[in-house]
Design a protein around this ligand. Structure first.
Ligand code: NMX
Ligand code: MLT
Length: 448
């Protein structure tokens, strides 16, 4: 058994009694109440999921296993000469809650290396896609195609104990994660480089090997590491994480679950926003003939977008109420490595003008930028100008957190997810009853 698996096993054994006790002794303790607005309005803020892998504080941002992102970057071991840590080390942290030592990370890097080779049929499936297919559709399908490799599915058919589900799910997760950079870089080669792919280099860690397969020199290895790390997890309620968890709760394997979560990530209100930012910015670059707009011109562009009924991509958040620390980390990277980049100057100007405008408009609960407002311009700077591809890069990162969550879901025996729905008439009756009980008082509700 590898050190990672052994440590995980130990952590699972330690954790199981906590979940058991909560279910046995406190099963009927009320955690939250549910309002009509939450039932109709996408369950915003409803506390109804549990994960220990990450927690999102509205004002502070994400913490992985209790560590804020700058701490994660600072504490995890780094490849020699690198600014950013091994992505493989992050997986160790997410799964076990422990910061790995150099030798523990080396072992995980080795595990990934051994498992990275793609079956021939994956290339054939990617090749069979019609040209101009969206990269996220190909990515999802390529992952789905590999479902036949699922160790968990085979074990389940053969009959295994519930307490062992996590073990084969762990194996599937490592097998899939190790292959995702290969899948993604081949999709890129097929769509934008006439199918000319660069073979992977087994001597490199995940981030450096991805940069190598994309044919982009340093510091893109650090860009890849940073990108995969900051996108890995954002607690459990976001659409991709929730989709992965929901699908996996039926005991669908990792391939089925990750492919499904990729489809959720592909929506413009979620991961796709990172490419929307670039599309939107390119429109402005064209209008400005490549010049940096004045503050007044930028404000006008933002208002024009809002007045045409569109959202400002990369701004706002369902939970966060401050600038996303993932935005800040990427901004710091840009300040060090690409300070004079035209799009970075646009992005920084947007940071100045958008929040006051969104506040003035008065709709968005969070006027501050999220992760997607900065990520695309970095990939663009290093030569990936095909912005439809950016959500695939988000998807590789998100798979890291989602698989870690699914392994733990299985280890703790979380059941099939199946909330209850009501009819509008039932909601109306509930509302009327509450209104009568309070003497006809109405809540402070906004119109839909
Ligand atoms: N630009 C314009 N209007 C906005 C924005 C924005 N960036 N953000 C929120 N609003 C509007 C929103 O459309 C809603 O309008 P209406 O009442 O007409 O339906 C109103 O403000 C209230 O929305 P919120 O409660 O603040 O936000 P919600 O939790 O519903 O949605 C997002 C969160 C992220 C979907 C929303 O802020 C948004 O559409 N942002 C732009 C797209 C984006 O950047 N998505 C990426 C999120 C991060 N990720 O990677 O997934
Ligand atoms: C994410 O990383 O999933 C996004 O910020 C969306 C969210 O957390 O709701």
């Amino acid at each position: 058994m590898s050190v990672l698996k052994e440590r995980l096993n130990q952590k699972i054994e330690e954790h199981r009694p906590r979940t058991r006790k909560l279910m046995q002794d406190y099963c009927d303790v009320v955690v939250d109440k549910v309002t009509v607005a939450q039932v109709i309005g996408g369950m915003r803020g409803l506390k109804s999921l549990v994960t220990d892998i990450s927690y999102l504080d509205p004002l502070e941002g994400i913490r992985y296993r209790g560590y804020a992102l700058p701490e994660v970057i600072q504490k995890l071991p780094k490849p020699p000469g690198a600014e950013m840590p091994y992505v493989e080390g992050l997986y160790f942290l997410l799964l076990t809650g422990d910061i790995p030592t150099e030798s523990e990370v080396t072992e995980v890097v080795d595990e990934f290396r051994k498992r990275r080779i793609l079956p021939r049929y994956v290339y054939e499936v990617i090749d069979a896609f019609p040209s101009f297919s969206p990269p996220m559709a190909i990515f999802s399908a390529a992952i789905l195609t590999m479902q036949r490799e699922s160790f968990f599915a085979k074990k389940y058919q053969g009959g295994i104990s519930k307490s062992d589900y996590w073990d084969s799910t762990f194996e599937d997760s490592l097998n899939l994660l190790a292959k995702l950079p290969e899948v993604a870089s081949y999709i890129y080669a097929k769509l934008y480089r006439d199918g000319k792919r660069i073979q992977s280099n087994p001597n490199l860690d995940m981030g450096a090997n991805f940069a190598h397969m994309m044919g982009i020199p340093k510091p893109y290895d650090d860009v890849s590491r940073l990108n995969f790390i900051i996108h890995a997890d954002h607690e459990s309620g976001n659409v991709s994480a929730h989709t992965g968890h929901l699908v996996a709760s039926t005991l669908s394997d990792i391939y089925l679950s990750v492919s499904a979560m990729i489809n959720g990530l592909a929506g413009p209100l979620h991961g796709l926003a990172n490419q929307e930012v670039l599309r939107w910015l390119q429109d402005l670059v064209e209008k400005m003939d490549g010049q940096v707009p004045t503050e007044g011109e930028m404000k006008q562009f933002v208002w024009d977008t809002l007045n045409s009924g569109q959202v400002i991509p990369g701004y706002g958040h369902a939970v966060l109420r401050k600038t996303d620390p993932r935005y800040t980390l990427q901004r710091e990277f840009c300040q060090t490595h690409m300070k004079d980049d035209l799009l970075f100057q646009y992005t920084d100007l947007l940071y100045k003008v958008v929040p006051p405008i969104l506040k003035e408009q008065g709709k968005a609960k969070n006027p501050w930028p999220n992760v997607d407002a900065q990520s695309g311009i970095i990939h663009w700077h290093y030569g990936i100008t095909e912005y439809e591809f950016y959500t695939v890069l988000f998807g590789i990162g998100r798979s890291i957190g989602i698989t870690a969550n699914i392994i733990w879901d299985r280890a703790l025996g979380y059941p099939l997810e199946r909330p209850k729905s009501v009819t509008t008439e039932m909601l109306e009756k509930i509302a009327l009853k509450a209104s009568e009980a309070s003497g006809g008082k109405k809540g402070k509700c906004k119109e839909l």
